[in-house]
Design a protein around this ligand. Sequence first.
Ligand code: 0RQ
Length: 505
Amino acid sequence: MHDRIRDARMLERVVTAEQAAALINPGMTVAMSGFTGAGYPKAVPQALAARMEAEHDAGHPFRIKVLTGASTAPELDGALAKVDGLELRLPYQSDPTMRARINAGELDYIDIHLSHVGQYTWYGFFGDIDLAVIEVAGVLEDGRLIPSSSVGNNKTWLEQAGKVILEVNRFQPAELEGMHDIYYGTALPPNRKPIPMTSPEDRIGEPYLRVDPDKVIAIVETNGPDRNSPFNPPDEASRQIAGHLLEFLEHEIKRGRLAETLLPLQSGVGNIPNAVLEGLAAGGYRGLTAFTEVIQDGMLKLLKDGVLKMASATSFSLSRAGVDEFNANVDYYRERIILRPQEISNHPELVRRLGCIALNGMIEADIYGNINSTHVAGTRIMNGIGGSGDFARNSYLSVFMSPSTAKGGTVSSIVPMASHVDHTEHDTMIVVTEQGLADLRGLAPKQRARIIIENCAHPDFQPMLQDYFDRACRDSYGKHTPHLLGEALSWHQRFVETGSMKPAG
Ligand code: 0RQ
C-alpha cells in the first residue's frame, strides 16, 4: 500500500490533501512542481482551491503567490485561477482560465526565461519561499526522493522553501527511478565553476532529489495521470514549414556547416516542431541527439526508430497514447532519456557549448527579424517566453517558425514592427513560414527586410509590406532600420479595432 514511501519517518506524515492544504495560509509564496503539464501536484492545489472558495464565500480574502517550473494543468493553474486564488504567478502558464484573468488585469504574472528562475530564487529576487508542494514518484529509505515526470525547479524549491509538502503519485511509473540527473554543483557568483558537460549524454549529477527531512510537514498519496494533451498529426502548413527547414539543413550539410548527425536539437512544443521531427525521420537522419526542454510524442518515435540516439530534457509532455508507449517500452526509453533540472536543461553555458539547433514557434516576426513569442497585439499574453530565449540567444542556429497568417488569414504573422519583442533581431537567424525560409545570417537590416518580405510573407500581405518598406526607405527619420513610426503599429491597431489586419474595402 505504502510501497512508494520507504522511509518510516515519512510514513508518519501521510495526511489527506485537505489536511495538507490547511497548512497553506493567505499571502504565502508557494513553489510547486510542474513543467509542461507533467509532474505537478494533483491533489493539494485542488483542495486548496476548495478552501479558498469557502473563505471567499465567507468574505475572507485568500490569495497566494505561485511559482512553478513552467505550465501545469487544470488541476493546478485552472483550479486556483477559477477561484481567484492567485495574486502572483510565475514563470510560465498556458491555462485558458488563468490567461483570461491575467489579460483582464486581475492577476500579476511575471514571464521569465525558464533557466533564470532557479538562480533568481537563490539570489533572493522573489523573496522567501514559504512552502514547496512537490510531486515525486517515491521516497527512498533514507528520505531521498525519486523525481516524477518533470524535474523543473524542484531541486531549488526543496532547498529554498521553508517547509515542504510532498505528493507521492503512484500513477507515475516506478521505472522513472534512475532516469534523472540532478546536478548539485551550482554555486552563486563569484564562486561558480564550469558545468562539467560536453555532450547531451553526460550524466553530471545524481538520480535523486535531496530534502531536509525536518522540512517535510506533510505527505499526500495520489494516483493520477499528468495533463496528457492530445497529440494532433501535423497539418499542411506545418508540413510545409518543416519541408523548408529540412531543405535548409540539407543545404547546410552540403556546405559543410553541419555534420550529418546535425547538432543537439531543441524543439519547442506544438504542431510545427512535431512536423519537423517527422520530417527528420523521413529524411533518413540517424544518430541525432536532443538537448531540449520537453520530450513529446514525436521524440519518443524518433528514439524508437534510432533517428535520435538520446534526448536530454527537463520534462515529458506526452499524450495518453505517448504515456502508454513509454510505459510499454520503459526499459528502452530509460537508457535514452535524461531528465535534468531546468536551470541545466536550458543553461546558456551549455546551449552555447553544445551548439544547439533551436526550433521555436512565434506569434509574429517583423520585417527586421524581431520576434514576438508572447503577446497578441502587444498587450494580451498568450503563454510566455518559456525556454525560447534561453535557446534562441545561445544556440548555433536559432530558428523561428509560424504559419504566415493567423485567425483565418485575417492576421499577418509578418508585420512592419513587432508589437512586443521577446527575441531581438540580433538573436534571430532563420525565420520560416509555409511560404518559405529567410536566412538572416550575416545580413544588415534592409537586406533582412527584403528577404523576409519576399520569402516569408503571405501573398495577401506581401504587397502591403513591400509598400511600407519602400516608403520607409524613402521617408524614415533614419535609414539604417527604416520605419514610419506613426504607421509601424497601425496593422495591430486595425486588428484591435476590426478583428483584421486587412484594410477595409
Ligand atoms: O490562438 O487558439 O486562441 O486561436 O496563438 O497559435 O498557431 O496554435 O501555434 O500552438 O505553436 O503556439 C508562439 C504561442 C505558438 C507558442 C506560440 C494565436 C493563434 C492561437 C496559438 P487561438 P498556434 P502554437 C519551449 C519553447 C513561446 C514559448 C516557447 C509559444 C495561438 O509557440 O507559446 O517558445 N511560444 N517555448 O490564433 C494573433 C498572431 C498569432 C496569433 C498565433 N500573429 N496574431 N494571434 N496566434 N499567431 C517550450 C517551453 O518553453 C515550455
